[in-house]
Ligand binder design. Structure first.
Ligand SMILES: Nc1ncnc2c1ncn2[C@@H]1O[C@H](COP(=O)(O)OP(=O)(O)OP(=O)(O)O)[C@@H](O)[C@H]1O
Ligand SMILES: [Mg+2]
Length: 461
């Protein structure tokens, strides 16, 4: 389970406003599992009472409430509780409502049926961010609704072609790739470009669902099927009916659940807990994991039959270090998006900063690039981002420990030489624990020459 430890202290309180007990319960449970305290209100009036009495770090509100509109509450919060980020939960497809809420001060929205994955991402970003500005607020409109895959490297072009072809088919897709390499983005694109685009895309983080609730989450339950089942509930399969069910971190599914999932996929029907009959479902399955699923099959941790069922079409997202020539374009795109979200002018990247970015190995891939730029932007005082603002530690080795030399297919001789020089310098600095005099000696150059070269290569930090 990845979610638990991320968001820190249990003193963080979230106010959930929804008239549907099921949604309140789902949100309450999810937030509790993230270690957050949660108060629930069923109406605008009740929410206002709680807001007046308590202190909250986040408010999530439904749009339609028995005694008014969620948007009124957003407005009230913007006026009276300036520092409280508020997000709205909208009925599926009602983008106008979401946009209206964003305009009066909501920082983000969640579409119903609420995906736990998105909920967790939203909560995390709201709580980590100092003010109401959220990357997701603006990024959400492009990215979470299926943003673009930037890049012109052969690897990314191939992925884009593949996505276009795969989108025409209905076969299950297994998206592999390292963390932060764009697996979810690819899954959303496949959905958005395909025939199911008007139907829901439900993203499920398989690693974030408590094991004892898994069956009910996936297949639903009937009222009274178990203690706490106060009303009928649809599961993810039904919620995604006609659309796409994205099983993220699929390797985290316990074996017992894998059997049930395989059956549902094969039979194309699900049975709610407590029900006597099965109901047909029509979902396209896309799954993803950063783990090596095949190796897990060999180790007996993932069922082979399910692996073959999911892996009808394989799509591998390249690591960023495999498409370094895309870094400038990606950086520019991400910076534009981040600056728009923060409501600031887009800063310029100095040539030295760009060089540092192009040389970094980015084990955390595009997400790491995004985080690096976001941090630089947050701390920026001038109009441009320089090498030092990126706070990237120089690297010489890639994840596998091998030297990360030439990369970009079209890099010039000078770029290659610079890269080699940089690696030798960083290596020497590391070997000498950053003693520049010793490093210069090791490299057979003078201290002044080392200083000049480090300056030229943007290595001073
Ligand atoms: N080629 C790309 N062009 C534009 N944005 C990208 C690209 N690749 C990734 N991103 C962005 O990088 C971030 C991480 O992507 P995403 O969440 O899809 O990665 P992931 O592989 O699912 O990561 P994880 O394994 O950590 O879940 C997102 O903000 C996404 O929009
Ligand atoms: Mg992901």
């Amino acid at each position: 389970m990845k979610a638990e430890n991320r968001t820190g202290s249990s003193t963080i309180r979230v106010l959930v406003v929804d008239d549907e007990p099921d949604i309140r319960e789902l949100l309450d449970l999810t937030l509790a599992r993230m270690g957050l305290a949660c108060d629930c209100a069923g109406s605008v009036a009740e929410a206002r009472r709680l807001l007046a009495a308590g202190s909250y770090q986040l408010c999530l509100t439904d749009m339609r409430l028995p005694d008014g509109e969620g948007i009124e509450l957003v407005r009230h919060i913007s006026e009276h509780c300036e520092d409280l980020p508020v997000a709205v939960i909208t009925a599926h497809g009602s983008m106008e409502n979401a946009v209206a809420a964003l305009k009066v001060g909501a920082f983000d929205y969640l579409a119903k049926p609420v995906s736990l994955d998105q909920l967790r991402a939203l909560v995390k970003s709201a709580i980590n961010l100092p003010q109401q500005t959220s990357v997701l607020a603006v990024a959400g409109e492009g990215d979470s609704e299926g943003g673009q895959l930037f890049g012109n490297s052969p690897a990314i072009r191939q992925v884009r072609d593949m996505i276009e072809r795969v989108a025409r088919s209905q076969a299950p897709v297994y998206v592999s790739g390292e963390s932060g390499s764009g697996k979810e983005l690819a899954a959303r694109l496949i959905h958005r470009l395909g025939a199911r685009r008007e139907k829901p895309f439900i993203a499920v983080n398989c690693g974030a669902i408590p094991e004892n609730l898994m069956e009910s989450e996936f297949f639903g339950h009937r009222k009274g099927a178990f203690t706490g089942a106060e009303s009928d509930r649809e599961g993810f399969f039904k919620a995604a009916n006609g659309g796409t069910l994205f099983l993220d971190e699929v390797a985290d599914l316990p074996l017992a659940m894998q059997v049930k999932l395989l059956r549902a996929i094969q039979e194309k029907c699900v049975r709610k807990i407590g029900a006597t009959t099965e109901e047909p479902v029509d979902v396209r399955i896309i799954c993803a994991t950063h783990q090596d699923l095949k190796a897990l099959v060999e180790q007996g941790k993932f069922r082979q039959d399910l692996y073959y069922r999911l892996n009808v079409i394989g799509l591998r997202m390249p690591a960023l270090r495999e498409c370094r020539e895309d870094i400038p374009q990606l950086a520019e795109h991400l910076l534009r998006r981040l600056a728009a979200a923060a409501g600031v002018a887009v800063p310029r990247l100095t040539p030295a900063a760009l060089r540092v970015l192009c040389d970094h190995t980015f084990p955390g891939n595009v997400r790491e690039l995004e985080n690096t730029l976001e941090r630089a932007l947050a701390l920026l005082s001038g109009a441009s981002i320089d090498a030092a603002d990126l706070q990237l530690t120089p690297q010489t080795c890639d994840e596998t420990g091998s030297q990360s030399l030439p990369v970009a297919g079209h890099a010039s001789l000078q770029d290659h030489l610079d890269q080699l020089e940089r690696q030798m310098i960083v290596d020497a600095l590391q070997k000498t624990r950053y003693n520049r005099t010793a490093a210069a000696k090791l490299l057979g150059i003078t201290f002044r020459s080392l200083r000049y070269r480090m300056e030229r290569l943007g290595l001073n930090e």
